[in-house]
Ligand binder design. Sequence first.
Ligand code: ATP
Length: 306
Amino acid sequence: LMQIAIPLNFIGFIYREIRQGLADIESMFSLLDVPAEVQDASDAQDLKAVEGTIRFDDVKFHYDVARPILKGISFEVPAGKTVAIVGPSGAGKSTISRLLFRFYDVTGGAVSIDGQDVRSVTQESVRGAIGMVPQDTVLFNDTIAYNIRYGRPEASEAEVKDAARMAQIHDFIERLPEGYSAEVGERGLKLSGGEKQRVAIARTILKAPPILILDEATSALDTHTEREIQTALDQVSRNRTTLVIAHRLSTVVNADQIIVLQAGEIAERGTHTELLAKKGLYASMWDRQREADEAEERLRAAKESD
Ligand code: ATP
């Protein structure tokens, strides 16, 4: 996601300066990386996202023709279910979310939502149907209430607070001297990565899209924050089609299906329990992550007892 993060900072900068005309946070993403060839078909209709079933059919993709990234990927996320994509760094996980969002067009096969090829419908309607909780959330230099309400500008104060409660950030906000009127962003209160992510989750809860993409943070959060975020994510993904791009494995345990991607191909798929029993790639990634987490906990405990 670094490819997005750098231009994101840049767009964040521009946005702060002009701050107008952008209908949605996702429009910011769409400005970043969209090659000119991703355009609406002349007869493009709006997507009818009723249930939100996602399908990838033999999807092939490359950024550069000399280097295929996805080599024929097929999977379905049934409406209301959660599918997690895991795999080594560089395997193509985030690329899958970019194709669903149609930052890029596939070079083979098709991506569809409720049976409609995303290339045949308007980009605006695709992005309107998808809520994205990114790794790094850009906050506007405005109040925390504004930042949450951005998900649905007409939302009432009570709705904003309900969303914040579900996102596990309400109590934190209430403890701020200025509460929901506290200014955040570059020139205001600096929030931690986990707090920003919970603001993004609250925003997405307000937007209530049928489809959700969660791009899990790469960096390790402390156990308490991670648990709070997990509770918030469980809230937002309940009964909603959810694609989790998991750079760590901690949040995938309860997914309906886990897809293990390796070098652009699906190496394994199944539930957490099924994949552990297979003793393959997933099982070895899981063991390694657990060892790393335990080492980190030991280090933290040692520091605390000093
Ligand atoms: P990580 O877990 O490290 O974030 P990932 O599995 O999400 O990795 P992707 O971001 O999908 O990986 O990238 C897959 C490959 O495509 C990487 O080798 C990356 O360098 C390459 N890549 C990603 N974006 C671009 C781009 N805009 N142009 C060219 N190559 C790209």
